[in-house]
Design a protein around this ligand. Structure first.
Ligand code: NIG
Ligand code: FE
Length: 411
């Protein structure tokens, strides 16, 4: 299958070696003009790419892009899309002035979602999450990381991860799963946080590993949640099962999450709304990705993470949606890209790299997705010819995406 007459092919990666972008590379995106892309609809992989000079002759069934632009699908490396119910009651509380932490202290927040998830069957959870994942795919996302963390009991954490495994089998998007048992202290362990952490390490983690249900391990390391010491213990235990960390850190306060994660060789530290120079310096000197979540700042009224500074300092910067019912009820990566530009002052090129190739890096799949070239998955979306790359994040509610393909098939 050939797509020809592509006005600009964004994220073209002929070498197939581009796995992350940092420093000066973060400021540019390859975008050949008058391009074509060829893929095998059976394997879903790209087989060729080039500019009009050396183009295979179009055959019946091939597609004329009529000068439209092609982009690599977004890679959303941080989501909590499996949940039961919704939390619009807390939305009202927030309008009336309560903070995320106050809501959590009153027993709302994550514990509220855990109560509802406990009541829901695997099939009910799957149906709800699939609706969200399908909407994300139609909005241009082609790779999704999915966390547990609303179980907080072994059986319920396993239930969430089994749902994630079923989603992975069902959708053409690339899915990676993360065990987040240490998201909050489960109700049964109220006042016994140490014992809860022991249980996460001694009971949950071995069960998750035995079923092969997680690619990564996460901890909500922050003020009022888990400490840096607890995070280190969990990451050390995870390493014994060959699992790397993807840590929630420095969202509410500088709480040692970045330090613990970098020391343990984590793949990413996510949130970072309150990260300072010292944390960014550590990240810049490491291969741990700095993942920022502007949708959570927008929705929850938190400061925006220092994304521009992080990119200037040479961090591997990714942006993700944090799609969840409490702090970011949206998986729209175009909106994430726009917030990255508007609120975090990223150039459109930086925002595109942060939502594609670096997002892929932050979930360990940047050899297959996040850019377009031979051997990679045929995951892309099309727009008509735009006046400039900046138009994509600028026209932030215009329905610019005209079609999405994952593994070579239209979704
Ligand atoms: O990434 N910060 C911690 N966890 C989620 C929110 C979870 C929730 O409130 O349900 C987040 O924002
Ligand atoms: Fe999160």
């Amino acid at each position: 299958m050939l797509i020809y007459n592509i006005g600009r092919l964004w994220g073209a990666d002929a070498e197939g070696t581009m796995r992350l972008r940092r420093g000066a590379e973060m400021d540019c995106v390859e975008s050949p003009e008058h391009a074509w892309l060829e893929f095998d609809p059976h394997t879903g992989l790209i087989t060729g790419m080039g500019t009009c000079k050396a183009m295979p002759a179009p055959e019946e069934g091939d597609m004329d892009a009529r000068g439209g632009w092609v982009f690599p699908s977004f890679c959303d490396s941080h989501t909590h899309v499996i949940y039961a119910g919704s939390r619009e009651g807390e939305f009202r509380d927030k309008i009336d002035g309560l903070s995320y932490e106050e809501i959590a202290r009153r027993g709302g927040g994550i514990l509220n979602s855990a109560d509802r998830l406990h009541e829901a069957s695997e099939d009910e959870l799957l149906a709800g999450a699939m609706e969200r994942v399908e909407a994300m795919m139609r909005a241009g996302t082609g790779a999704i990381e999915i966390k547990s963390g609303y179980g907080l009991r072994t059986a319920d954490e396993l239930k969430m991860l089994r749902v994630a495994a079923r989603i992975r089998e069902m959708v053409p998007a690339t899915v990676r799963t993360t065990f987040l048992g240490a998201h909050a202290v489960g109700r049964e362990y109220a006042g016994r946080q140490g014992e809860y952490v022991d249980m996460v390490i001694g009971e949950m983690l071995p069960a998750v590993a035995a079923e092969g249900l997680a690619d990564y391990v996460d901890v909500f390391c922050d003020r009022g949640f888990f400490t840096a010491e607890e995070t280190t213990r969990i990451l050390e235990a995870a390493a014994r099962y060959g699992l790397r960390g993807k840590i929630h850190g420095d969202e509410l306060a500088q709480s040692g999450g970045t330090e613990a994660a970098v020391a343990a060789g984590a793949l990413s530290v996510d949130h970072l709304e309150n990260a300072g120079e010292a944390q960014l310096r550590l990240l810049a000197e490491s291969d741990t990705c700095a993942t920022m979540l502007p949708g959570a700042s927008f929705f929850s009224g938190l400061p925006y993470g220092p994304a521009r500074r992080a990119a200037d300092m040479g961090c591997i910067l990714a942006l993700a949606s944090d799609y969840n019912p409490g702090s970011s009820p949206s998986g729209d990566m175009r909106m994430v890209m726009s917030l990255g530009c508007i609120k975090m002052k990223l150039s459109p090129e930086r925002a595109l790299n942060a939502t594609t190739i670096n997002g892929a890096y932050a979930m360990g799949v940047s050899d297959r997705v996040g850019a377009l070239g031979p051997g990679r998955e045929a995951n892309f979306f099309m727009t008509h010819a735009l006046p400039d790359l900046a138009y994509l994040p600028y026209a932030y509610t215009e329905p610019l995406i005209k079609g999405c393909w994952l593994r070579g098939r239209k979704v």
